[in-house]
Design a protein around this ligand. Sequence first.
Ligand SMILES: NC(=O)c1ccc[n+]([C@@H]2O[C@H](COP(=O)([O-])OP(=O)(O)OC[C@H]3O[C@@H](n4cnc5c(N)ncnc54)[C@H](O)[C@@H]3O)[C@@H](O)[C@H]2O)c1
Length: 354
Amino acid sequence: MCTLKVKLPQKEYSIIIEREILGSIGRKIKKIYRNKKIAIITDSNVEELYGKSIMNSLNEEGFETKIIVIEPGEESKSLDTASNIYKELLDFEITRGDMIIAFGGGVVGDLAGFVASTLLRGIPFIQIPSTLLAQIDSSVGGKVAVNLPEGKNLIGSFYHPEVVFIDPELLKTLDKRFLYDGMAEVIKYGCIRDKRLFDKLMKFKDEEELFSNMEEIIQSCCAIKRDIVERDEKDTGERMLLNFGHTIGHAIEKHFGYKKYTHGEAVAIGMYNITKKSEEIGITDKGTVKHIEEIITKYSLPYIMPETNRDEIIKAIGIDKKNKGDSLNIVLLHRIGESFIKKINRKDVDKYII
Ligand SMILES: NC(=O)c1ccc[n+]([C@@H]2O[C@H](COP(=O)([O-])OP(=O)(O)OC[C@H]3O[C@@H](n4cnc5c(N)ncnc54)[C@H](O)[C@@H]3O)[C@@H](O)[C@H]2O)c1
């Protein structure tokens, strides 16, 4: 078991990482929440696997609960679904003194967090992330959002949970593609900040060894993200380091309509290709891209740029909402574990990116 504290100017909260925490979640929540009403927002896959155990644990402590189940998948991260959830929460007569639990992957976390941040101008919420991506990334840092037809995460805010409960055991039921999807972000943390983590990931013999070290891996990743978020909550500086591999990654995801590649797969391709370029022009130490290729392959992720029209990818990079004006910020490595942000001119895209 491990607890990390997140200290922001307006709020402090804990990230608690503990195996089999779900069985005692009611007791743990009782310690931090005095009212009775709790609304749990989850998706149907997670509900089928863990709905009973979370409800039993909450009901044993006498909470008055309501579970709201959405369809799994990115399409649910919409204003339509949010609107249905608002209605269900109002039927439950939720107030600003009550609690919402976001129980699921990044889709549920972002959507339920967005609902919690907006309904009645803000209802406290708890994150119980259930995918690797959600446990090491989306549940930490306070970004909540829904998508619009025009693009992903276009409506959202920064809204932090009261507490994050992370149970690595939940990952055992995760589809392998989603597990490796999350591993791309774990690899990213190793690349930008933690060579020790990177080397460890390289050494694991098999999935069993990976799982037996999962608590420590999650802790390392959350600690890196926590440290960065504490220094740059609103994503105007250092937090951009977390976008290593994402400039190309987002463009690939978008170009293929978010269907062909998972986010992690696209980021893996991005991390490899941007480092290949920066190594070629002497910014990154020689041999770095070889290590990235090895680790990406080890975790069943792709690294080769898909055959596609280069101009289309450049166009997709150009309209990334994080890029303003004639320049754009990219994240490069000096070497594994050491990253930096470089502002480049748009006309240098072919030199640095693709
Ligand atoms: N807020 C942030 O900072 C941030 C950061 C990164 C990503 N995101 C967002 O996260 C979303 C992606 O999240 P995701 O990859 O977790 O996808 P997801 O929430 O769609 O979950 C992936 C799949 O796994 C299933 N699942 C969840 N937990 C499970 C479990 N324990 N066992 C079996 N199946 C389980 C889900 O039902 C779903 O089918 C995107 O919308 C992305 O924009 C947000």
